[in-house]
Write a protein that binds this ligand. Structure first.
Ligand code: F0G
Length: 488
């Protein structure tokens, strides 16, 4: 592979320079275990055939290491489980709500805190309150549910991430930054009145889990204020973003994670949050704003579909788990381990020649399947082929983020528009897997990489009109056909 190896990420250098032990350990010990069901290759071949080679259709019981998502898959701490017992299940004004609200205010600094059952519910309420047809909402990169909820109101979602982010092998310390010049051009062209809000996603999930710098957040705030446009943060992985700022941005090395978080959110007018990520909880989310009129409208909508404003679709015990999780996620020992373990996976496979989105992000490693499997043309889904091989090889479940997920069939002509990148995401659940699990994943990826030239492409034989990746059925394309299709 023509992978250019960049110097070590600055945070690694600073850790090594310090007097700290070189080995970064999991800063917890195990109190309760969940067995992994082992399978043989023959069993996995049968499981895949029965699932029509669609990894979403494989039962979790048959997965050895599940890297499908880092969302809702965290291991809760003993303290969080204790909080679950303490949960106050009163319908209105429960103690758990006030503990939750005070914790969110303490970290995020917003006045109005509206609990929701998960992130997309916060998005739906925010966008149906603020967006109309003809509106345009810019973001670094919209996550799929964010985009879908904006488009559902008739508004348009526009991605304006910096150009460096579009090249997987490019190194940039803050590859999640929004392109400020492009943002200004968009505001001028569309007129500020048609832009109900500007969003920034930290970290930028759809762009490789890449962080956004404090400077970029500050500059978006300044630009938004200049035009009188509200600025919101999609906060799912806020603590991981804060860790990157502390370790990569000048002036923050001695700041606490809490202070960095407070500064990040001080630039925004509100946020949406999925507590299934950096809330270290298995369900939940919230919506925040400083605008009392907007908060009122949002709470009215909340009552329609989520619940009374002090529980918003969650049980009191969930609010407790989130309140405690939000505190634990700020712990520097936890974040050091978290970011190091993701980087460990990325560096091990990248140094062995596997092309990945550089530098490793906070919550996931993205393999560039198009570069790894150049003999499989994009219309035969190299990402899908790699996902299948990882399961076959070692029972690992990853997810394709490429043309299976984002490709679109024109209903009139039947032609397919392909995605710009063919990636495979390995998302790491928080506090769940140990280093030997990750070593096992590394070994599996390298074995698949060694025999990459033998890997076949796939074709879709059945698909739904939208969100096809969840239910599509696939069939393997014989190798000769893959080669001839590539040469045409
Ligand atoms: N925003 C971002 C950046 C996300 O990554 C997600 C979810 C959401 C919003 C929606 O939150 O799932 O609680 O409704 N991402 C998950 C993932 C599903 O696998 O990346 P939700």
């Amino acid at each position: 592979m023509n992978q250019v190896h960049m110097p070590l990420a600055p945070e690694l250098v600073s850790i090594e320079k310090s007097r700290r032990m070189k080995t970064i350990i999991e800063p917890f010990k195990v109190k309760s275990v969940e067995p992994i069901h082992m399978t043989t290759r023959t069993e996995r071949e049968r499981i895949l055939r029965e699932a029509h080679f669609n990894i979403f259709q494989v039962r979790a019981h048959d997965v050895l290491i599940d890297l499908l998502t880092d969302s809702g898959t965290s291991a809760m701490s003993a303290n969080q489980w204790a909080g679950v017992m303490r949960g106050d299940e009163s319908y209105a004004c429960s103690d758990s709500f006030y503990r939750f609200r005070d914790q969110v205010r303490h970290i995020f600094g917003f006045e109005h805190v509206i609990p929701t059952h998960q992130g997309r519910a916060a998005e739906r309420i925010l966008f149906s309150t603020m967006c109309r047809e003809d509106h345009v909402v810019p973001n670094n990169t919209h996550f799929d549910t964010t985009r879908a909820n904006i488009e559902f109101t008739g508004a348009r979602a526009v991605d304006l991430v910096i150009p460096e982010a579009r090249i997987p092998s490019n190194y940039h310390p803050f590859k999640g930054n929004i392109d400020l010049d492009a943002l200004r051009v968009l505001i001028e062209e569309e007129s500020p009145a048609r832009i109900p809000l500007i969003m920034i996603t930290i970290t930028n999930n759809s762009g490789g889990g890449q962080p956004v710098s404090m400077r970029n957040l500050r500059e978006v705030h300044e630009l938004a204020s200049e035009y009188g446009i509200p600025f919101y943060i999609d906060a799912c992985r806020f603590a991981e973003n804060a860790w990157f700022i502390k370790n990569r941005e000048e002036g923050y090395a001695d700041a606490s994670i809490l202070d960095i978080c407070r500064e990040m959110f001080s630039y925004a007018d509100g946020c949406t949050m999925s507590a299934k990520k950096d809330g270290l909880a298995n369900i939940g989310g919230f919506l925040c704003t400083n605008d009392p009129i907007l908060a009122r409208q949002e709470q009215d909508l909340l009552i329609l579909t989520e619940g009374f404003p002090t529980y918003g679709g969650l049980a009191g015990r969930d609010l407790e788990a989130i309140a405690i999780g939000l505190g634990e996620v700020l712990d520097e020992d936890y974040l050091r381990y978290r970011i190091a373990s993701t980087r460990y996976l990325g560096e091990k496979i990248s140094l062995a020649g596997v092309p990945i989105v550089e530098p490793p992000g906070g919550h996931a490693i993205y393999i560039d399947a198009k570069s790894m499997l150049p003999h499989i043309p994009p219309e035969q889904y190299p990402g899908q082929a790699l996902v299948v091989e990882l399961f076959l090889e070692a029972g690992i479940r990853a997810v394709e983020i490429g043309s299976v997920m984002f490709g679109k069939i024109d209903p009139e002509t039947g032609t397919e528009t392909l995605a710009p990148m063919e990636l495979v995401r390995l998302a790491i659940p928080r506090r769940v897997y140990t280093q030997s699990h990750i070593d096992y994943v590394v070994e599996a990826i390298l074995r698949v990489h060694q025999r990459r030239e033998e890997i076949h492409g796939y074709q879709i034989i059945e698909q739904a009109p939208f969100l096809r990746h969840f239910t599509a059925k696939f069939e393997m394309v014989p190798m000769a056909s893959a080669r001839s299709s590539q040469s045409t």
